[in-house]
Ligand binder design. Structure first.
Ligand SMILES: Cc1cc2nc3c(=O)[nH]c(=O)nc-3n(C[C@H](O)[C@H](O)[C@H](O)COP(=O)(O)OP(=O)(O)OC[C@H]3O[C@@H](n4cnc5c(N)ncnc54)[C@H](O)[C@@H]3O)c2cc1C
Length: 289
C-alpha cells in the first residue's frame, strides 16, 4: 500500500517548520522509521508532511553542568557511539545501541522515538528512568516537560499538534546501571525492558536508586516513593529478591493474544533481578577502577 497524497515541505529553519506546522493538518517527518509504515498503511493521512532532515542544528550532543543535552534530530547510531554519551550517560548509549537493526539506528532519531512513544521503546524508557527534560518548541516559545509528565499513553504524548521537540536534557550522576531488554528475536521491540541506576554509600547501603520498566503498560513506568523502603539497606540476595517481587506485584500488564500477563510479570521479576545485579557490579567496578 502507498501513502495517501500529501504536500511535501522541507523547511530550512525551525521557525519555518513551526509556521508550517501551525497552519495546516501536518505531520513532522524525522527518521521515518515509524511514520513511514504508518503512512504506507494509511494509519496516518496528513495533508502536509514537514521533513525535518535539513534542520542540522537539531543534530547535536553536548555536555552541560550535570546534564547531557541532545538534539531531537540526533540519530540512534550517534547516541549509541558518541564518546560524550558513553562517558556521561552510558545507559543511554547502551539503550540506543540495542534499538532494532543497524539500518533503523542510522535513520531513527531521538525526537522521533520520544514523540512516537511506543511503550516498549528504549529511549522513552531511559528518558523516564532519568526523568529527562524535553524541550518543546511552538510559535510562541519553548517549554520544558519532564519525561514523567510527557508520556501520556501508548503513542500519545503531551506534544501539541503545533509543537515540536527540539532537544532533550538527560541529568547525569555517578551510579552503576543495568539494562535488560527481552525480545523474541534480535531487533524486535522488547516484551519487557528494565532499566535501573544504583549508588551505594561508602559503607555499602543503597543511597540512590531509580528503576523504570517498559512493555508492561500504556507508557514507561518508574517509581520514587515505592523504592524508599529499599534505600539505606545493604543490597544482598534477600534485598534483591524482595525488590523484584515487589516490582512484579505492583504492575498490571494486560493479557494479549501472544503474551499472557502472568508471563510478563514473571519476566519482570527475572529482569529486575538481573538489571540490579548488573548495576551493582558496574558500580563496584567504577569504585575499584
Ligand atoms: C523494523 C523496525 C524495528 C524497530 N525496533 C525498535 C526497537 O527495538 N526499539 C525502539 O525503541 N524502536 C524501534 N523502532 C522504531 C525506531 O526507533 C524509530 O526510529 C522511532 O520510533 C521513530 O523515530 P523516527 O526518527 O524514525 O521518527 P518518524 O518515524 O519520522 O516519526 C515518528 C513520529 O514522531 C513525530 N516526530 C518526529 N520528530 C519529531 C519532533 N522533533 N517533534 C515532534 N514530533 C516528532 C512524527 O510526526 C511521527 O508522529 C523500530 C523501527 C522499525 C522500522
Amino acid at each position: 500500500m502507498k501513502p495517501a497524497p500529501f504536500a511535501y515541505h522541507r523547511p530550512q529553519t525551525v521557525a519555518d517548520a513551526l509556521d508550517l506546522l501551525a497552519s495546516s493538518d501536518a505531520k513532522l517527518l524525522a527518521g521515518g522509521q515509524s511514520l513511514g509504515p504508518m503512512l504506507n498503511l494509511r494509519l496516518a493521512r496528513p495533508a502536509h508532511l514537514i521533513d525535518l532532515n535539513d534542520l542540522l542544528e537539531l543534530d547535536f550532543v553536548r555536555t552541560a553542568p550535570g546534564a547531557l543535552e541532545i538534539g531531537s534530530l540526533t540519530r540512534h547510531h550517534r547516541v549509541a557511539t558518541d564518546g560524550q554519551v558513553a562517558a556521561a550517560c552510558p545507559i543511554l548509549a547502551a539503550a540506543a545501541a540495542s534499538i532494532g537493526h543497524y539500518a533503523i539506528r542510522q535513520r531513527g532519531t531521538l525526537g522521533g522515538s520520544l514523540a512516537h512513544a511506543d511503550p516498549a521503546a528504549q529511549l522513552p524508557l531511559i528518558a523516564t528512568l532519568l526523568d529527562a527534560e524535553i524541550s518543546i518548541a511552538g510559535r510562541t516559545g519553548t517549554r520544558m516537560v519532564r519525561a514523567q509528565d510527557f508520556f501520556v499513553s501508548s503513542l500519545v504524548t503531551s506534544v501539541q499538534p503545533d509543537e515540536m521537540i527540539v532537544s532533550v536534557r538527560f541529568p547525569v550522576a555517578q551510579a552503576g546501571w543495568g539494562l535488560e531488554i527481552f525480545t523474541q528475536r534480535h531487533g524486535d521491540f522488547a516484551i519487557v525492558s528494565v532499566a535501573t541506576t544504583v549508588r551505594r554509600t561508602p559503607s555499602g547501603e543503597v543511597a540512590h536508586m531509580a528503576l523504570a520498566l517498559g512493555g508492561v503498560g500504556i507508557a514507561p513506568v518508574s517509581w520514587t516513593d515505592f523504592l524508599v523502603p529499599f534505600l539505606g539497606r545493604a543490597p544482598d540476595e534477600a534485598w534483591a529478591a524482595e525488590l523484584a517481587e515487589a516490582v512484579a506485584a505492583s504492575i498490571a500488564p494486560e493479557d494479549d493474544a501472544r503474551i499472557p500477563a502472568a508471563y510478563r510479570r514473571d519476566l519482570t521479576m527475572t529482569l529486575v533481578g538481573r538489571a540490579v545485579a548488573a548495576a551493582l557490579a558496574r558500580e563496584a567496578a567504577q569504585k575499584n577502577g
